[in-house]
Design a protein around this ligand. Structure first.
Ligand code: FMN
Length: 245
């Protein structure tokens, strides 16, 4: 191991923060670390909105289903997939962007994820804690309006940042044999391995909740994946100029 891999393996989401502020210089440093991530064809399609206004924060917390840490964290960032800037780049060269391709949606979204994870690792290397907030997509239209996002821009997720005021255990991940395949896809033997992993997750939740939560990984997935998943997303994204072709 080395310190970078140890840092990566020690990640756990933080949902309770101290009042210690994060200097704006640090926020800038973190955003620059995000920008250093690889970017599909150099499109640099990530825009970050730092939300300082407390009323907006409260509304975002509400949009995310009442997640108080969205309102309370010292810093809250919204990561947006942004093809509007690329449209501008085309216009600067008297060209008209041919937008709406699914491929562009994928590349812009992947850019955002790589940027955010770079920023996250940089933050954790400074002793900060984070939690991603996909919950803002519950009310994505309201979030977009609140942040005045133009066409060709959509909010992918938020991120709470601050100094941890809790020290949760690292959540066990699937055994590597289940996620690393050789030469072709095969799931033979996976069910047995997942059943063992289920027990590790059950123990993790029992310890974390003092015996209040009894849940395996496969139970958690089967509870969630039988439900609809934010069915408003497709029409919203199409309305903003994504996923049209
Ligand atoms: C894109 C994304 C969105 C997420 N959205 C939320 C969220 O809205 N609220 C929350 O409490 N956690 C959220 N999480 C955190 C996950 O629940 C968490 O990463 C996962 O359970 C694994 O736990 P760990 O990060 O502590 O290892 C999100 C994570 C990701 C990557």
């Amino acid at each position: 191991m080395n310190p970078v891999i140890e840092l990566l393996n020690s990640h756990r989401s933080i949902r309770k923060f101290t009042d210690q502020p994060i200097p704006q210089e640090t926020v800038k440093t973190l955003v620059q670390a995000g920008q250093a991530a690889a970017t599909s064809s150099f499109i640099q399609a990530c825009t970050v909105i730092q939300v300082n206004d407390q009323d907006k924060r409260n509304q975002l917390a509400e949009c995310a289903g009442g997640q108080a840490y969205v309102a309370e964290a010292p810093v809250f960032l919204v990561f947006c997939a942004d093809m509007q800037r690329n449209k501008l780049a085309c216009e600067m060269n008297d060209a008209e962007i041919n937008s709406g391709f699914t491929e562009q949606f994928i590349t812009a979204t992947v850019d955002v994820a790589l940027f955010a994870q770079n920023l996250t690792v940089a933050a954790e290397s400074l002793g900060l804690g984070i939690v991603y907030i996909g919950g803002i997509r519950n009310q994505i239209a309201r979030v977009s309006e609140l942040l005045e996002l133009p066409e060709l821009v959509y909010p992918v997720f938020g991120l709470c940042l601050g100094y941890p005021d809790q020290n949760p255990e690292v959540k066990p991940r699937l055994p590597v044999e289940v996620v690393l395949k050789q030469d072709s896809y095969s799931d033979s033997g996976d069910q047995e391995t997942i059943a063992e992993y289920d027990q590790a997750v059950r123990e993790y939740y029992q310890t974390r909740t003092g015996g209040n939560k009894e849940m395996t990984w496969s139970e958690q997935m089967s509870g969630m994946l039988v439900k609809e998943a934010r069915p408003h997303m497709l029409s919203f994204l199409q309305d903003r100029g994504f996923l049209l072709k």
